[in-house]
Design a binder for this molecule. Structure first.
Ligand code: AMP
Ligand code: GLY
Length: 405
């Protein structure tokens, strides 16, 4: 099976590594545009990921059997629709179904219709509505931009003026004021083929920039998988109460969801609640979830792309633990430094059970993944790998998976 992976981040590097680890030959994978780490493993091609015609042309030229779309931007731009129109099998939802990630209001409407547990929220289009909603819920305040905002659209704060200021930035596109949900966060991915869902293994992401969950929200500074503290039956509960009803509701509306349904959940005293959906693999959770996958990833993604998830075995995972730590460049996420060279990646990867997934040249630049029989071992390996890498001004959190055992 020949596969084209679209994207250029550590997530796509992790997908490529997992495809190879679980049985796909490196020469059967093409990644576009990819990055320098991905290019050291498989062929890469230049492409503008959000240019529908360019991606279709590439997929046809490369005679691939399957296209796997990594990031949200091409999904929201309708790249999957364009590929399907040409008869190419795609893992990644069409534009309308990708609205589950692209519009928080749409996600709330789907959840309400499907009776999925989530926080109470008000959709606001004026600052007056925002002010009223903030007063109704009280502190801490949660304000979310309706549309895609590259991880910067959400603020959680006890400072009402900061909440109002944030709302003011996004109000023209609509904002959502949500009740504050207290609990531990879990990311759970499902493969979806339009009708059926198949859960992968849960992961926890560390969203804040600095140790002790201080600082601004980021795309994610580290993750681990599996999650030992989850209640028994958690994955089944999310499947039955969240993932399957959402897929059913979308199908009922004629917007079948084919691809990855990312459920961002919070486990509260009153039970589980959805805080967000994404329409793609999470970054950096993918680095730890797919590190543990033992089933053939290409076959699973193809079954999802062709409506065959219900025939054949479920995804299987190693009992080993995986921990990933993200290295970010100076100033991330508030400002962007100039490109500086990263050194020591080869030395880090020379350690057994340490992998490095490369990302951008600035911002989040790479993820080091450690895999071991215990969380302590996996964490020690990830940090040993990180200690061999240097980037002037770079920063990473020292407390990823520190309290997990
Ligand atoms: P989102 O982009 O919706 O995942 O939000 C980013 C982060 O903000 C989440 O990972 C949570 O840490 C936090 N967050 C979002 N919604 C809530 C909420 N209703 N209550 C508490 N924290 C939240
Ligand atoms: N790590 C969070 C995300 O991928 O959205």
């Amino acid at each position: 099976m020949r596969i084209l992976v679209i994207g250029s981040g550590a997530r796509e590097h992790a997908i490529v590594k997992s495809l190879i680890r679980t049985g796909t030959r490196a020469e059967d994978i093409v990644c576009a545009p990819g990055n320098e780490g991905i290019a050291s493993e498989v062929e890469t091609r230049e492409v503008d990921q959000v240019d529908r015609l360019a991606v279709v042309k590439l997929a046809l030229e490369e005679r691939v059997d399957l296209v796997v779309i990594g990031p949200e931007a091409p999904l929201v731009a309708g790249v999957a629709d364009a590929l399907r129109e040409q008869g190419v099998a795609v893992f990644g939802p069409n534009q309308d179904a990708a609205q589950l990630e692209g519009s928080k209001n749409f996600a709330k409407e789907v959840m309400a219709a499907a009776d999925v547990p989530t926080g109470m929220a008000h959709q606001c289009t004026t600052m007056e509505e925002v002010e009223n909603a903030l007063d109704q819920f009280g502190a801490p305040f949660v304000v979310k931009a309706d549309g895609l905002a590259a991880g910067k659209g959400v603020i959680v704060t006890s400072d009402k003026s900061a909440a109002l200021e944030h709302a003011g930035v996004y109000i023209s596109g609509g904002v959502l004021v949500e009740e504050f949900l207290d609990g531990r966060e879990v990311s759970l991915f499902f493969l979806a083929d339009g009708k059926t869902v198949m859960p992968l293994s849960p992961a926890q992401d560390y969203k804040r920039a600095f140790e002790g969950d201080e600082g601004p929200n980021t795309g994610g500074m580290g993750a681990y998988s599996p999650i030992p503290w989850l209640p028994e039956g958690f994955v089944e509960e999310v499947t039955e109460r969240v993932a399957q009803p959402v897929i059913n509701e979308l199908a009922r509306r004629g917007t079948e969801f084919v691809g990855l349904l990312y459920c961002g959940l919070i486990v509260t005293d009153r039970g589980l609640r959805v805080i967000e959906f994404n329409a793609r693999f999470g970054d950096p959770e993918t680095q730890v979830v797919l590190r543990r996958l033992t089933s053939n990833l290409a076959e699973l993604l193809m079954r999802a792309a062709t409506g065959k998830l219900d025939v054949g075995p479920s995804a299987e995972f190693s009992k080993r633990k995986a921990v990933t730590v993200v290295l970010a460049s100076e100033g991330y996420p508030t400002s962007t430094a100039d490109y500086r060279e990263v050194v020591g990646i080869e030395s880090a990867e020379s350690i057994e059970d340490v992998e490095v997934c490369k990302a951008g040249r600035v911002g989040r630049v790479l993820s080091v993944v450690g895999c071991g029989d215990s969380f302590q071992e996996a964490r020690t390996l990830a940090y040993e790998g990180m200690s061999r890498i240097s980037l002037q001004g770079g920063h990473y959190r020292n407390d990823i998976a520190a309290r997990v055992s």
